[in-house]
Design a protein around this ligand. Structure first.
Ligand code: GTP
Length: 598
């Protein structure tokens, strides 16, 4: 009965089509947040999210809507990110919902992630409420978007609601449609507890906070709960909802979205996608979890100060709690000491994790250039997968190297077909098909090496199409390519953390690029530092960082000890993020400068 007045939904959209703005308007119009407290984009509460204006982590909030029929409804709004790197987070949010608001920008129309996210929602059997947003823009073309919704997604374009999340126009109507169009949850309150963990965070005082969607049964303080993946049991210390701050409740029941704390101190015990049940009256079967996502890129993460290895491990474990896509294992580098090989969904994800580690956990880190994983077929017939160029076997043992390939779908206005194809070709792409979506736009499909997509492909695509192209990609398998390992030698010694795997045709060009980048980032030392790029024993590029001619302080006369001390101090500070690699001091940026090479 109670469930009839609950609606659980997400907002899905292509990036920048206005999800966070709509969420803000909904919170405001339901008085969940007073106008005075209304900081723009309340759901994006990670400082990073605010700075970058993007949604990374999903968030759930409870609000009350007084409907036109006079009844009160409880809404749980679950926010989702829009960037192609974070599609996985979207599928997690959707598993907690019965419906989704599909938001499409009235001037941009259906884009790559509009489609990708719609397919995810349809996979989960969600009811979709199409909304054409930004109708206040002079460039809005709602009729064109209606047609696209019909042609490209198969929804009835006439059903689409018109709105402006910015001005609030049409938002009231959206709230009514949430009540009428999205089904109420239909779990069994009397059945044993079944709750899906869709997110979790670590809190120093309360332990792990589980964000759950209760599907069946109920849970209250004092109950004994059990995690179905590992059988561990805990006593519940608090339950509540986010509104948008945490608000304690007596119980959570079937249909609810809220949080549970149970003095869970061991982070490894809780896994996103796991089912929470009652220890005294356990459910027979867990809920369908999420498919485990595979990382796309790997990078070595090392503390500048080797003594911080343990702190780095703690920090990664805590981040992993609410970022299930993060994978890591210990790695030992000759050059950088002890650290971790970390798997990421993409470069944006990698950037976000680095910034969170540095800001939230106060760590100084060195990250090595990202790499995809490779399948190696050896001459003796055995096979192995490596995600670290340093681990590549000797060339004489290798029969074949296979790299991950993706199917890339690029949507773009007709006028830009030429530049897009040229770019894809340059990135070793193989043309598959091109379809006209309507009079103005085409969908171009290429098969491409993942390694060519993950770096700056998206930026290049945007700049060669004035920002009009949108991209979605999926890994389709591995293919043999003519790849070689390129080593970098500093002062004659190979530096394992600087090795990369490159296509043979581009090796010389890349070698020269890397060497000249390193020459710019490595400061002068007391001796000449030769920098070399090599394929096996064959040097393909070289350069030298010349020694200081004199001690920096030598020119300052002894009469000014103050200045001398200051100069030395400045030099020392500059060293903070340096790592002594053999006899050479290498700054943090040098390891990432490999990325800057075109
Ligand atoms: P991510 O969180 O990064 O996925 O983006 P988002 O979809 O949440 O987009 P967001 O709400 O941040 O909006 C993107 C931009 O569009 C912002 O500059 C908003 O101010 C603007 N915007 C959102 N809705 C409207 C609208 O109805 N009209 C107009 N003119 N601008 C809008």
């Amino acid at each position: 009965e109670r469930q009839k007045h609950i609606r659980n939904f997400s907002i899905i959209a292509h990036i920048d089509h206005g999800k966070s703005t709509l969420a803000d308007r909904i919170l405001e119009m339901t008085d969940t947040v007073s106008e005075r407290d209304m900081q723009a984009q309340v759901l994006d509460d990670m400082p990073l999210e605010r700075e970058r204006g993007i949604t990374i982590k999903l968030n759930a909030v409870e609000l009350t809507y007084h409907a036109k029929n006079g009844e009160d409804f409880i809404f749980h709004l679950i926010d989702t990110p829009g960037h192609v790197d974070f599609t996985y987070e979207v599928s997690r949010s959707l598993a907690a919902c019965e419906g989704a608001l599909l938001l499409v920008d009235a001037s941009q129309g259906v884009q790559a992630q509009t489609l990708a996210n719609t397919y995810l929602a349809l996979d989960d059997d969600l009811e979709i409420v199409p909304i054409i947003n930004k109708v206040d823009l002079p460039s809005a073309q709602p009729d064109m978007v209606r047609q696209e919704l019909e042609d490209m997604i198969g929804l009835d374009g006439d059903d689409a609601l018109l709105a402006s999340a910015k001005t609030g126009l049409g938002v009231e109507n959206i709230l009514e449609h949430i009540v009428t169009d999205i089904p109420a949850p239909s779990g069994d309150v009397a059945a044993p507890l079944k709750a899906l963990i869709f997110d979790s965070v670590y809190d120093a005082y309360r332990g792990v906070v589980l964000n759950v969607r209760v599907h069946d049964g109920s849970v209250k303080v004092g109950d004994h709960i059990q995690l179905m993946s590992n059988g561990k049991t805990f006593e519940v210390t608090e339950v509540g909802v986010m509104s948008p701050k945490a608000v304690k409740r007596d119980a959570l029941m079937a249909g609810d979205v809220g949080y549970i704390t149970a003095a869970i101190k061991t982070i490894q015990d809780t896994r996103v996608g796991d089912t929470v049940t009652s220890a005294d009256n356990p459910a027979a079967e867990p809920l369908k979890g999420y498919r485990q996502i595979q990382p796309m890129v790997y990078s070595g993460v090392f503390p500048v100060d080797n003594a911080k290895f343990g702190d780095l491990r703690d920090a990664l474990e805590k981040l992993q709690l609410n970022d299930a896509s993060l994978e890591f294992e210990p790695e030992n580098s000759q050059a950088l000491g002890f650290g971790f090989r970390v798997g990421f969904l993409g470069l944006l994800h990698m950037d976000v994790v680095q910034e969170r580690l540095e800001r939230e956990f106060n760590l100084d880190l060195i990250m090595t250039a990202p790499s995809v994983d490779y399948h190696i077929v050896k001459t003796d017939g055995s096979e192995e997968t490596i995600d670290n160029p340093a681990a590549m076997p000797d060339a004489s043992e290798i029969k074949e190297i296979q790299e991950p390939y993706v199917k890339a779908e690029i949507m773009v206005p007709n006028d830009y077909v030429g530049p897009v194809m040229e770019l894809c070709q340059r990135k070793r792409g193989e043309f598959v098909t091109m379809d006209y979506l309507d009079k103005y736009r085409v969908n171009i499909i290429y098969h491409m090496p993942l390694s060519e997509i993950i770096y700056d492909f998206f930026d290049d695509l945007k700049s060669s199409t004035k920002g009009y192209a949108s991209l979605d990609y999926d890994v389709i398998g591995y293919r043999a390519s003519d790849l070689v390992k390129m080593d970098i030698l500093l002062n004659g010694d190979p530096v394992d953390a600087l090795s990369t795997i490159v296509h043979r045709d581009f090796a010389y060009e890349r070698g020269r690029g890397v060497v000249s980048q390193l020459k710019e980032t490595i400061p002068r030392q007391l001796f000449d530092v030769p920098i070399q790029a090599a394929l096996g024993t064959k040097v393909i590029a070289r350069s030298t960082v010349k020694a200081y001619r004199k001690d920096v302080t030598a020119r300052i006369h002894t009469g000014d000890p103050d200045r001398r001390a200051k100069l030395l101090e400045k030099q020392k500070r500059g060293k903070k993020r340096m790592k002594a690699v053999g006899s050479v001091d290498v700054p943090q940026e040098a390891f990432m400068s490999l990325l800057k090479v075109k």
